[in-house]
Write a protein that binds this ligand. Structure first.
Ligand code: GLU
Length: 414
């Protein structure tokens, strides 16, 4: 069976929701197509003197509710289909949590593991130069994603500001705190996911202290999620990275695993654990599963093996539509990506608001506001789910599609 591409998945989810609510055909057609696709090929001088050409993308899916927003990923397998899907998920995500943005995404085809720090900086700056006419604090606002981080955002902001001739912190979020970053942004995706997870845990009557969790992915999002869960008394029994995973019945201390990974390059081999593959991790006998790696992990062929009662999607697009339907049939409660991982962009929004007002908030204030936004979004999606007797994903798409359609019509964008 052929696994659908990320963009095919995103279009299928959109169709499932619009079939239920019956939206105008012409509006549906707008939602199916990204507003703008930018493809760039930019030269960068490498440390050995050679000039290498890099391919990058920026896709702006929809800007009816405000400037477009979304991360930039640096990954060897980035392609246009994936970036288109990720851009559309940003539109729905921003809409579900009610922040005034449309959706966009960027990507550069590169393996950061093979680069020096200087090469990484030159690539980051060159990418921003090549898309500079299409971004801006009121046009399109990038942020970090897979294999990009606050340091890279700092370079990008500096490059854009230099080209503009004025300090422009609001062009990008996820920056270092000292140059306009927000407190709490570095772990916001995980924190938002945790707030959502706790809402679901309460609804399902699970007891945190007796709950076992497996987290797939140990980057910024997966590690922070495992850490926060552990701090709140959940038993994190398995984690993984791109090379494979580890399992311990007694539970792991994520901070210690993090130290180990820093030294060895992987979580594999951490003392007292059994190695598992990424596939095996998904099928472990746990209460909660947190996919926090990348797209297309839970597929039609392995959905039946999932034993968790609750799945909280911190990755973008980890589940295909067929797998999603199979989980719904099995009564697994799935909190979809466009709700569960919206904490990152929500605190990005707070960062952008702080940049514009030039007044900076405490970490406590950021986290309180994040909690309010995430809980309200969860409640809204939950009540739509009940009303339509659907799953949470379809409910989240229904909420998003209704709001974006209304924005398109209110602006008479045709
Ligand atoms: N890359 C993150 C995401 O997929 C954050 C995007 C942002 O903060 O704009 O949601």
């Amino acid at each position: 069976m052929k696994t659908p591409s990320p963009f095919e998945c995103s279009m299928c989810y959109l169709k499932n929701a619009t079939d239920l609510i019956g939206i105008d055909e012409d509006i549906y057609n707008i939602l199916c197509h990204p507003k703008r696709i930018i493809e760039v090929n930019f030269p960068v001088q490498m440390d050995n003197g050679r000039i290498r050409l890099f391919k990058g993308f920026r896709v702006q899916h929809n800007d009816s509710r405000g400037p477009t927003k979304g991360g930039i990923r640096f990954f060897p397998k980035v392609d246009l289909d994936e970036v288109k899907a990720l851009a559309s998920w940003m539109t729905w995500k921003c809409t579900v949590v009610g922040i005034p943005y449309g959706g966009a995404k960027g990507g550069v085809v590169v393996n950061t593991k093979n680069l020096s720090e200087e090469e990484l900086e030159r690539i980051s700056r060159a990418y921003i130069r090549s898309i500079r006419h299409y971004i801006g604090p009121h046009r399109d606002i990038p942020a970090p994603d897979m294999y990009t981080n606050s340091k890279i955002m700092g370079w990008m902001m500096d490059e854009y500001s230099a080209l503009k001739g004025e300090y422009t912190p609001g062009v990008i979020t996820g920056k270092p705190i000292e140059i306009g970053g927000s407190k709490g942004r570095s772990y916001a995706t995980a924190m938002g996911g945790f707030i959502i997870l706790e809402k679901a845990v309460k609804k399902m009557g699970l007891k945190p202290k007796k709950t076992c969790v497996a987290v797939q992915g140990f980057g910024n999002v997966g590690f922070n999620m495992a850490r926060i869960l552990h701090e709140h008394g959940y038993k994190v029994v398995a984690v993984s990275d791109s090379k494979g995973g580890i399992f311990s019945k007694q539970g792991l201390v994520p901070a210690k695993v993090f130290e180990y990974k820093k030294k060895t390059g992987s979580v594999i081999g951490f003392k007292g654990t059994k190695s598992v593959t990424n596939k095996e991790l998904l099928a472990l006998d746990v209460d909660i599963l947190v996919p926090a790696a990348m797209e297309n992990q839970i597929l039609a062929e392995n959905a039946g093996k999932i034993k968790a009662k609750l799945v909280v999607e911190l990755a973008n697009g980890p589940t295909t539509p067929k797998a999603s339907a199979a989980l719904f049939k099995k009564k697994v409660f799935v909190v979809p990506d466009i709700l569960a991982n919206a904490g990152g962009v929500t605190v990005s929004y707070f960062e952008w608001v702080q940049n514009h007002s030039n007044f900076y908030w405490s970490e406590k204030e950021v986290n309180e506001k994040l909690k309010q936004k995430m809980e309200a979004a969860f409640d809204e999606v939950y009540s739509i789910m009940k009303a339509y007797k659907s799953d949470m994903r379809t409910a989240a798409y229904i909420l998003a599609v209704k709001r974006v359609s209304e924005a398109i019509q209110s602006r008479s964008e045709y």
